[in-house]
Design a protein around this ligand. Structure first.
Ligand SMILES: NC(=O)c1ccc[n+]([C@@H]2O[C@H](COP(=O)([O-])OP(=O)(O)OC[C@H]3O[C@@H](n4cnc5c(N)ncnc54)[C@H](OP(=O)(O)O)[C@@H]3O)[C@@H](O)[C@H]2O)c1
Length: 304
């Protein structure tokens, strides 16, 4: 079958190849992939996540062609969306039934493929912040995949959401998604915030941590800036009170979170924010756009 392979010598370290079809474990179903979406981490930090020759692809949606041998998960013919570390950018994917969810008939597979990694990360980060009703929450890198879901989900949880983006155009649509304020130039608000969902790292994380109110919490979700984060703890001590800064990592099982997210797509309460779409034959164009910070939200590949 055709698949996208991690190859350090290839353009963007991604190339097409012919590989054996996956052999599922008893708790895995096999899906015929119809749509997939790119994630910054699997491209920018591929060498940390993959060995040369491994298949790329965290997010993939399609139709079950082989149900799990242990009887878990949906039957053949079910449309599903899935999240795993590798193997989504292929004609067939074997994936744990605990990490997939059925997609309602009225939800397109492109939209369903946009949500797993970025949506589950945003959802779990919002939950990690705790009760948000009436609290100020800063989302950095709000223009991207995780950011656009985090804005929607934090607003849904009742937060006053402040979205921080690099350039003004990167903030397009964020108010409609629930942001109360949009700051460009990768800046942070003047007034204190209760929570931070930081997708960027580096100086903006250090500044955001310094803006937490007493009892506030900042989650280091991502490192898109790829710059070191230097925190002046002496300055933080002078503020008094208690502030937390936590490294955050999304965790499995993903199935229940994907189910929640695709149901919100069905009801129209969540927008997939697809900023680039095209055939997987043009995957290098999609990667160019994503890494050049041209995609507002998710880049989705048509895998047919
Ligand atoms: N901890 C976890 O479990 C977890 C899970 C998923 C993703 N992540 C991480 O979270 C981060 C965001 O992921 P994503 O999928 O939302 O990525 P994305 O769609 O590419 O969004 C990243 C955003 O970061 C901003 N950014 C600032 N400096 C940048 C730079 N030098 N290069 C590129 N972007 C820059 C960009 O916004 P502007 O152009 O507006 O500045 C961009 O929209 C990544 O670091 C990813 O690895 C972590």
């Amino acid at each position: 079958m055709r698949a996208l392979i991690y190859d350090p010598a290839a353009r963007h370290r991604v190339r097409f190849g012919d590989v054996p079809e996956p052999v599922p474990s008893p708790s895995e179903a096999v899906i015929a992939v119809e749509a997939a979406s790119l994630n910054f981490g699997e491209l920018a930090f591929a060498e940390r996540q993959l060995r040369p020759g491994q298949l790329l692809g965290k997010d993939a949606a399609g139709t079950v062609v082989q149900a799990a041998a242990d009887g878990s998960g949906p039957p053949v013919g079910t449309r599903v969306s899935s999240f795993a570390g590798t193997g989504g950018f292929a004609e067939l994917r074997a994936v744990a039934t605990s990490d997939l969810a059925a997609v309602p008939d009225s939800v397109g597979l492109a939209a369903a493929a946009a949500v797993p990694a970025a949506g589950a990360t945003a959802l779990q980060a919002v939950r990690r912040l705790g009760p948000l009703l009436g609290r100020r929450v800063l989302v950095t890198g709000a223009s991207g995949g995780v950011g656009r879901f985090a804005v929607q989900l934090a607003a849904r949880a009742g937060a006053h959401v402040i979205a921080s983006v690099g350039r003004p155009q990167r903030g397009d649509g964020l108010r409609a998604l629930g942001a109360a304020e949009v700051l460009s130039g990768s800046t942070i608000p003047d007034e204190p915030v209760y929570g931070v969902i930081d997708n960027v790292g580096g100086p903006i994380l250090a500044q955001a941590f310094g803006k937490l109110c007493d009892g506030g919490i900042a989650l280091s979700v991502g490192w898109a800036a790829r710059e070191q984060t230097v925190i002046d703890f002496e300055e933080m001590r002078m503020l008094g009170g208690v502030r937390r800064l936590e490294p955050f990592c999304v965790s499995s099982p993903f199935g229940p979170d994907i189910a929640y997210l695709v149901e919100r797509l069905r009801t129209g309460e969540l927008d997939p924010q697809i900023g680039w779409t095209g055939s997987w034959r043009h995957v290098h164009d999609a990667i160019d756009a994503l890494l050049d910070r041209q995609v507002n939200g998710k880049a989705v590949l048509d895998m047919r």
